[in-house]
Write a protein that binds this ligand. Structure first.
Ligand SMILES: CC(C)(COP(=O)(O)OP(=O)(O)OC[C@H]1O[C@@H](n2cnc3c(N)ncnc32)[C@H](O)[C@@H]1OP(=O)(O)O)[C@@H](O)C(=O)NCCC(=O)NCCS
Length: 344
């Protein structure tokens, strides 16, 4: 299919204005876009990609191709072949994705759990994507799990444990201070970069990435649902949960501003679903139950505000401390996202 081979570097994408400048490859099929892939590259050198890393990220983007990509292995294989050629010419050895454009943004391809809607800032894709990707030679690199709550009562054991932890280690919790929003965001960035460092696939959250994320989320933040744990006057961990605004956005499937915005505003008053986006404790303070304090804070304040369901995610499939903590609170896995890779 020679037409499909006409892959071109179409543009520098403005979809995700982070520190990394992605390039976009487009595969045209008889005048229509058959698929899109976004590529991270280090030209000019990107501070996030140390020289030792030979992996870059090409993928069908979650933004456009979810609508426009066709269920045709010839299209997707041509797309990946073009991406591989482009990357080979830049000395790359492996492709990994989807990471859109980094693991700190939308990550993974939905492989299980299609029958329920995705929460805010989690990807969704057609069921046929995994088979197209596997047909192009990609294999699993890592699974990311999304957990859902199964009840509204906090287990007694956790309540008792948190009372002990609070007293024993003199740990206190405080909500986000919206008047000092910029400083609070900088604190989240610092805690994230120190707390998550040992996790698979970790890349630091850059200043521009966190500013972009914070700008997007600021209108949705409920201060009590972004909490900091402090000991000896210093922050040692945090948890961030946001209302699942997707519930409201779905009320306006046409995407038109008017009268859609009214429907969205009306529906947003009645959101009862929560996404627990991040929860972490500095390494020096782990294994003391501070995570349980943060769970309890989010749970109590979330319930008080009328939330009756929560997704916690995503969680690396081998993050046993997190999985164990969630399981003990009655959470269960209900969606699996997969990051794939293949040699070039
Ligand atoms: C996830 C995190 C908050 C857990 O906090 P923690 O203080 O390390 O947790 P704990 O040591 O108290 O462990 C929690 C539970 O998991 C268990 N656990 C810990 N490590 C485990 C392992 N390797 N295998 C099985 N269970 C494990 C603990 O025994 C504990 O269970 P318990 O309550 O029955 O005693 C912490 O590890 C962290 O900040 N990690 C980096 C950030 C992150 O990955 N966040 C999750 C994604 S948002």
């Amino acid at each position: 299919m020679p037409e499909l081979e006409k892959a071109a570097i179409a543009s520098l994408s403005s979809l995700a204005p982070t520190a990394i400048a992605p390039a976009t490859l487009v595969v045209y099929d008889a005048g229509y876009i058959g698929g899109l892939t976004t590529l991270l590259h280090d030209d000019p050198p990107c501070p996030q990609l140390p020289a030792a890393i030979t992996t870059v990220t090409p993928w069908l983007t979650a933004y456009c191709s979810a609508v426009k990509s066709v269920d045709d292995a010839a299209v997707s294989s041509a797309l990946f072949a073009a991406a591989a050629g482009w990357l080979r010419g830049r000395g790359r050895e492996r492709m990994r994705g989807p990471l859109n454009p980094s693991i700190n943004d939308e990550a993974g391809l939905l492989v299980e759990g299609f029958s329920t809607p995705s929460v805010l800032m989690m990807p969704h894709n057609p069921r046929y994507y995994p088979s197209l990707v596997e047909a192009a030679g990609f294999r699993k690199a890592k699974d990311l799990l999304a957990f859902q709550s199964t009840g509204t009562l906090l287990p007694e054991r956790l309540v008792a444990a948190t009372d002990v932890v609070r007293r024993r280690y003199r740990v206190s919790l405080r909500p986000m201070d919206m008047r000092r929003f910029a400083e609070e965001v900088a604190l989240i960035q610092r805690l994230f970069n120190a707390g998550w460092e040992r996790n698979w696939g970790y890349v630091p959250l850059t200043d521009r990435e966190i500013d972009h994320l914070a700008g997007q989320l600021k209108p949705l933040v409920v201060p009590q649902l972004v909490a900091f744990a402090e000991a000896e006057g210093e922050p040692i961990g945090f948890a961030a949960a946001i209302p699942d605004f997707n519930v409201a956005l779905r009320k306006n499937p046409s995407g038109r501003l008017f009268p859609g915005i009214l429907k969205i505003l009306w529906a947003s008053r009645r959101i009862t679903r929560l996404r627990v986006l991040l929860l972490g404790v500095l390494p020096a303070w782990q294994a003391r139950g501070v995570d349980a304090l943060l769970y309890r804070h989010i749970w109590d304040h979330g319930r008080a505000k009328g939330f009756d369901w929560a997704e916690a995610g995503w969680i690396l499939e081998d993050n046993h401390a997190m999985i164990n903590g969630l399981t003990r609170m009655g959470f269960e896995v209900y969606k699996t996202y997969r990051i794939y890779e293949r040699p070039i």
